[in-house]
Design a protein around this ligand. Sequence first.
Ligand code: NHR
Ligand code: GAR
Length: 218
Amino acid sequence: MNADRLPVVILISGRGTNLQSVIDEVHAGRLPLDIRAVISNNPDAEGLARARAANLHTEVVSHRAYLDRVAFDDALRQAIDRHVPKLVVLAGFMRILGRAFIEHYAGRLINIHPSLLPKYPGLDTHARALAAGEREHGASVHFVTPVVDAGPIVAQAVVPVLPGDTPETLAERVLKEEHRIFPLALRWFAEGRLSIRDGRVLLDGAQRPEQGLVGAAT
Ligand code: NHR
Ligand code: GAR
């Protein structure tokens, strides 16, 4: 039934609105993924309820149950690999992963990050962009490499910073764009259109100057 669909495992930690955007595109027939499992490190993640509502298999691998990061990474890797995914998707996943884990999934691990990378890797991106007086902010989809938020960029979307913005209002504007570019980037991957050469992402074998920026109007 799912022969033409790419098997994926999706990792979450929180609300799961990016997960929801992926589920919605799959259900609409626009994103050929077979979501084999949704795994959360946080047992209370709201995204688990979204996954269950879509009849997806869910699991919790709590980082609190392990003595150190390597033990957690190993347990998570085993849980993922039971589902034999061709792609692993970080959708608001909040734990930094170690080198051995990342190398195991080299070229098949993708993250959505709420900033215009390479600006503002890490946490609290919206507050930091506001504090720096940025006039533009946004989101990036990237392949995950051992250095956090430094992997090859697949797609970005830009939003304006508006007068009176708070981290919350800015986050909401960015999140809307995340829900657009994340499923789009995953579709490119599922269709076999992405490759990496010299640390850069190619779409259909070409490095397009416009590819990195998927503007709000397109
Ligand atoms: N792991 C590696 N090796 N490389 C990346 O690029 C990663 C990664 C793990 C997660 C997502 C990333 C983001 O999009 C991501 C990219 C969590 C933290 C963090 O500091 C930083 C970046 C990202 C996710 N986490 C704290 C930690 O100690 C915990 C914070 C919390 O639980 O709230 O792991 O932003
Ligand atoms: C999103 O903005 C995502 O980009 C960000 O957390 C939010 C998760 O929302 N991810 C990170 O900050 C990763 N460290 P969601 O759970 O509703 O998708």
